[in-house]
Ligand binder design. Structure first.
Ligand code: CP3
Length: 368
């Protein structure tokens, strides 16, 4: 393939396995599609090899490295989707904040937002093609190199999750610095959430133009909000993102399924099912049957095996998967874990998970 062919977001190879896209739209499939959050990760020796000695965000800025890391899990397992290797924290960076990945500590902001005045430090009108064009290039390159094997998912962090990182300056158990803003500075909080939403909408539209065939919005820190706060500081922005992205895509004659994953927001399943997303992602603390009931059959569901179930022996993984499939049902369902894979997980267990989803679901669908 010539260089020119791989950098233009056109003439992509034809998609051969659209099971994931059909399930996202609640259409019939021959098996339940499956992918894993953090499927490109440190549990794979080839991932550690490619990443070794390089700065994390430098890796994110290399389209070739992102493409290679995205494709690695597909070479091992018959997954039904790929997710572009990148990070949610590229958005705060695009808005002018310094973010570093510190070994053993995780993402770190040397100068987090402390008070509302600090919002002035942020770039309000971000030119996403200039600041995040490297992600678009990674998506376009990967979409060519994936050769139509499976669809490519683009993603973003949701406004509240990004806001909490920008104020906490890194990971946190309580998120009390960020929550302090919600209670003490609600107007400034809304201003920040709106700024983030505007960037996110442009960023997601750019990802689809670049070749993303589905989009996932990660509200990873939903769980620290109660239903009231979620309703005020998260849900309206999640809705706004889906509505505006759909509107923007429609103008271009496009449409891609959107997934919302609000971790630990069990109280919000009804609301999330009525928020213009085709798919609601679930963590493992929700019972699939109750989620089905509460989502009212409007959306597809994705999830939600406890990632730690991958520590079980293979036969047991297969039993857990079977039970999960029975509880979700095989229609309008995308199998996944309830959160990302951990670095100490055995690749063979991931293989056993993927295989069990395919095997059991094929049998169940044949018997329908
Ligand atoms: O395979 C995939 O799922 C795609 C890649 C992906 C990464 N980050 C790569 C990554 C995705 C979807 C993300 C999103 C992301 N990043 C989220 C939302 C999802 C979630 O987990 O809730 C969050 C909260 C982040 C922020 C972030 N980036 C954290 C907390 C960490 C872990 C830090 C650590 O030391 O473990 C990262 C780093 C990161 N992002 C890694 C990967 C594979 C591991 C670090 C490395 O490769 O060196």
């Amino acid at each position: 393939m010539s260089d020119a062919a791989v950098i233009l977001p056109e003439d992509f190879p034809q998609l051969q396995n659209d099971t994931f896209l059909r399930a996202a739209r609640r259409e019939e499939t021959e098996h339940v599609p499956v992918w894993c959050m953090r499927q490109a990760g440190r549990y794979l020796p080839e991932f550690r090899e490619t990443r070794s000695g390089k700065d994390f965000f430098e890796t994110c800025r290399s389209p070739e490295a992102c493409c290679e890391l995205t494709l690695q899990p597909l070479r091992r397992f018959p997954l039904d989707a790929a997710i572009i290797f990148s990070d949610i924290l590229v958005i705060p960076q695009a808005m002018g904040m310094d973010v570093q990945m510190v070994a053993g500590k995780g993402p770190t902001f040397p100068e987090p937002l402390k008070e509302p005045e600090d919002l002035q430090r942020l770039q309000a009108n971000v030119d996403v093609s200039k600041e995040l064009g490297y992600v678009f290039k990674a998506i376009t390159l990967t979409r060519h190199k994936i050769q139509g094997k499976v669809p490519l998912i683009g993603f973003t962090g949701a406004p509240w999750t990004l806001m909490s990182y920008m104020i906490e300056g890194g990971g946190s158990n309580t998120h009390s610095k960020a929550k302090r803003w919600l209670y003490r500075h609600p107007d400034a909080s809304h201003m920040l959430l709106r700024m983030l939403t505007d960037v996110i909408v442009q960023y997601l539209l750019g990802q689809v133009t670049a070749g993303a065939q589905a989009l996932q919005v990660f509200e990873s820190h939903a769980g620290v909000l109660g239903p009231e706060e979620f309703g005020e500081f998260s849900l309206p922005y999640l809705r706004d993102i889906a509505r505006r992205v759909k509107e923007g895509l429609k103008k271009e004659g496009q449409d891609v399924p959107m997934i919302v994953f609000a971790k630990d927001a069990h109280y919000a399943v009804e609301d999330l099912s009525q928020s213009h997303y085709e798919v609601v992602g679930l963590d493992w603390t929700i019972d699939p049957r109750s989620a089905r009931e509460r989502s009212g059959g409007r959306v597809s569901l994705q999830g939600n095996m406890d990632p730690c179930a991958l520590y079980a022996p293979k036969g047991r993984i297969s039993d857990i998967v079977k039970k999960m499939l029975e509880r979700f049902g095989t229609k309008g369902y995308i199998a996944n874990l309830g959160h990302g894979l951990y670095p100490d997980m055995d690749p063979e267990s991931v293989g056993a998970f993927v295989e069990a989803v395919h095997q059991h679901s094929k049998r169940m669908i044949e018997q329908l």
